[in-house]
Design a protein around this ligand. Structure first.
Ligand code: AMP
Length: 249
């Protein structure tokens, strides 16, 4: 089974985001960028499927600027076999990403595409679902467990108040939730080896996809500053404040 794993380069989850002074977006100059955490989980799951002898080849794909090569090298160091960078400086929206991935699926014929459930920059939570629709494939979103079950995939999803188990016919699309696994750190020898692994570069136009944005961001603003807290001297004062000032009890 061949697996395609799309990985996105985003602002590192540890960075405190700053809004640009003209409110047109967030500050990206000199900001640490990393692989989207849910994509790391997707790479890890693909590597585990390969280690179990279920997957035969893992192809990591990123759509983004030239620097997204670093994200792909991380995926290669974690265990992907080869990588494809679809290079563009445009801020590619989920529908265009899904169209590019669809074109790559047509070319590479994987049996499984495993993506993050959401990119932590745009919080879109759209690409996997759009890709499944464009392909006409089944989808298992927010997977917390992935198992091979005969010719099918068994996906466990965390839903309100319980677990839902799906049986998916291959080929299919899976998106990863936080508790699916804990991604490994790439070891130094694997980081060195990853430098030798194949990384192909192409443009969206090579795949016949127009990435012109369709959505305009009108304004980005910071959340209102929270008021500083106070210390109360005892429970009586706390109850009094909750009742008479905050009026919540
Ligand atoms: P989103 O729909 O933007 O929240 O992203 C969900 C998932 O789609 C991500 O975790 C990635 O696996 C994939 N994805 C989204 N944008 C890109 C991109 N530019 N390059 C590669 N994969 C992407």
């Amino acid at each position: 089974m061949k697996i395609l794993v799309p990985v996105k380069r985003v602002v590192d989850f540890n960075v405190k985001i700053r809004v640009k002074s003209d409110q047109s977006g967030i500050e990206l100059a000199n900001v640490k960028m990393s692989m989207n955490p849910f994509c790391e989980i997707a790479v890890e799951e693909a590597v585990r499927l390969k280690e179990k002898g279920i997957a035969t080849e893992i192809i990591a794909v990123s759509i983004g600027p030239q620097q997204a090569q670093e994200t792909l090298r991380t995926a290669l160091a974690m265990g992907a076999d080869r990588a494809i960078l679809v290079q563009t400086d445009v801020n590619v929206e989920p529908l265009a990403v899904a169209k590019i991935l669809k074109a790559l699926v047509d070319k590479e014929t994987p049996q499984l595409v495993i993506l993050g459930k959401q990119s932590i920059d745009g919080d879109n939570n759209q690409t996997g679902q759009m890709l499944a629709a464009l392909l006409g494939w089944g989808q298992g979103t927010f997977a917390s467990k992935v198992e091979k079950d005969g010719d099918d995939l068994k996906i466990t999803r965390e839903i309100d108040g319980g677990l839902e188990t799906l049986d998916l016919k291959l080929p299919c699309v899976v998106t990863t939730d936080l508790r699916l696994n804990e991604p490994r750190y790439a070891s130094l020898p694997n980081i060195m080896k990853a430098k030798q692994k194949p990384l192909a570069t192409m443009a969206p136009a090579d795949l016949g996809v127009d990435v012109t944005p369709r959505v305009v961001t009108l304004k980005v603003s910071e959340p209102p500053k929270r008021k500083a807290g106070i210390k109360v001297k005892d429970v009586t004062e706390l109850v009094d404040k909750l009742k008479n000032e905050a009026k919540v009890i």
